[in-house]
Design a protein around this ligand. Structure first.
Ligand SMILES: [Cu+2]
Length: 437
């Protein structure tokens, strides 16, 4: 009798395992989960690094014969050639050849509505490339409010440490506190030049001078001793307020970092120093107010790779930062704000409205300009004329096959939760915001 029972238990267990496996297979094929970087296993970190480095050696489709990774960088830089490049509304990058086509006149990927759609599409395509190297990979996200994250990301076993060899001191005649930054080229670890992470100099330009930053990844990572507001982690309460934005016209500039909304509902433009997504760019690459007040057209100095925005995807942390931006958008959408009603209102520059084609997925309608004297076009990948993407195509992140661990954890309770909204005192959002990037 006992033997009969034991056999029955074994049979049932085996049957259950078979059924569970069958049930699970389709789910893992269609949806994969982007995780918080602090939850990656050592193997997952290794796989991610190896895939990045593999794409850096795979040939691209461009005429300059630079790698597939480099051509991904070129797309980001190219998107920024449709307008005079600027920072804090002031800095203008010299541009020998202007862009042509309907996208001319505004940055194709920043400062307007398509910031979130453009980067969602861009990250997903990059993630597909990574998954062609290793199908277990997803892009981890960097929750910039998590006090553990910097230590995990900028670690020799992952994206490598801060740059070194340079200590810069900025003294301000108007009595603002002196800023000291330590950094420079990343000389050891997975993303050092010695280990094969060589950046294409033409795709690594200082945003205000158009001079190249060279061939090494450069970081001026804010230290743990940085004064409040100038280091990591970022304030969680502020990111929570981003998620309470009532509409896209508030949410997008708040998350991108053109504006911030204080706890009392008042709004500030982030002109003198970046906020949120822009602030993370600034705190990894190094960005300081220009101490030379005679240079009125150059209010901020951008030092490293990720703070010089066109070149910023040369810094692998870019993808973790932007996965977090995309996660926050997905969470905001998932909280009862899905669909076109929760996108920007019409009247934005071309490329940013719901049904505009977004360069470079625009069938060749627009042609990017140069960065300084560098023609960006030979570095760009071949994109099929029928490969068209509009903001409306990007609103549903699940369509791309991924989701976020935070959306799974919240489950149904999250959806039922009432929509907290900020007491916003402003009624209209200006059409063109000029923030730093
Ligand atoms: Cu960007």
């Amino acid at each position: 009798m006992k033997k009969y029972l034991r056999e029955m238990v074994i049979t049932i267990s085996v049957a259950m395992i078979v059924v569970m496996t069958m049930l699970r297979t389709p789910a893992t094929e269609t949806t994969f989960v982007r995780k918080n970087v602090v939850d990656l296993t050592p193997q997952e970190k290794l796989d991610f690094v190896n895939a990045l480095k593999t794409l850096k050696t795979r040939p691209g489709t461009n005429s300059k014969n630079v790698s597939l990774y480099d051509e991904v960088v070129a797309i980001h830089a190219g998107a920024m050639t449709f307008d005079k490049m600027q920072l804090g509304g002031q800095v203008i990058l010299p541009q020998d050849t202007p862009s042509t086509g309907p996208a001319t006149g505004s940055d194709a990927a920043h400062e307007h509505g398509a910031f979130l759609p453009w980067h969602r599409e861009y990250l997903s395509r990059f993630e597909k490339a990574l998954r062609s190297v290793n199908p277990n990979i997803t892009i981890p996200y960097w929750d910039w409010t998590d006090p553990r994250a910097v230590e995990v990301i900028f670690n020799p076993n992952f994206l490598g440490t801060n740059g070194s060899g340079s200590t810069l001191t900025f003294e301000y005649p108007d009595g603002r506190p002196t800023i000291r930054l330590d950094g420079g080229p990343v000389v050891s670890g997975n993303f050092s030049e010695a280990d094969g992470w060589r950046i294409v100099p033409d795709l690594h330009k200082n945003i205000s001078t158009a001079e190249t930053l060279g061939t090494s990844l450069i970081r001026y990572l804010a230290g743990s001793d940085a004064p409040p507001g100038t280091g990591f982690p970022l304030e969680k309460a502020e990111t929570d307020r981003i998620l309470q934005s009532p509409d896209y016209a508030t949410f997008r500039p708040f998350l991108e970092g053109d504006i911030t909304i204080n706890a009392d509902g008042t709004e500030n433009e982030c002109r003198n120093f970046p906020c949120n997504h822009n602030l993370v760019h600034a705190l990894v690459g190094g960005t300081v107010p220009n101490p030379n007040q005679n240079e009125t057209n150059r209010q901020l100095l951008t030092l490293g790779t990720i703070s010089n925005t066109p070149a910023s995807p040369n810094e692998p942390a870019f993808f973790l930062l932007h996965a977090n931006v995309d996660r926050l958008w997905a969470e905001w959408q998932n909280n009862g704000r899905k669909g076109p009603e929760f996108y920007g209102v019409p009247g934005e520059p071309y490329g940013h409205n719901l049904n505009d084609k977004m360069w470079p997925w625009d069938g060749g309608d627009s042609i990017p300009g140069s960065i300084g004297s560098t023609d960006i076009r030979p570095y760009l990948p071949v994109i099929a004329p029928n490969d068209i993407v509009k903001p409306i195509d990007t609103l549903n992140w699940r369509k791309y096959g991924y989701t976020y661990d935070t959306l799974l954890k919240k489950g149904r309770g999250w959806r039922r939760q009432s929509r907290g909204e900020l007491p916003v005192k402003r009624t209209r959002v200006p059409e063109r915001r000029r923030g730093s990037r």
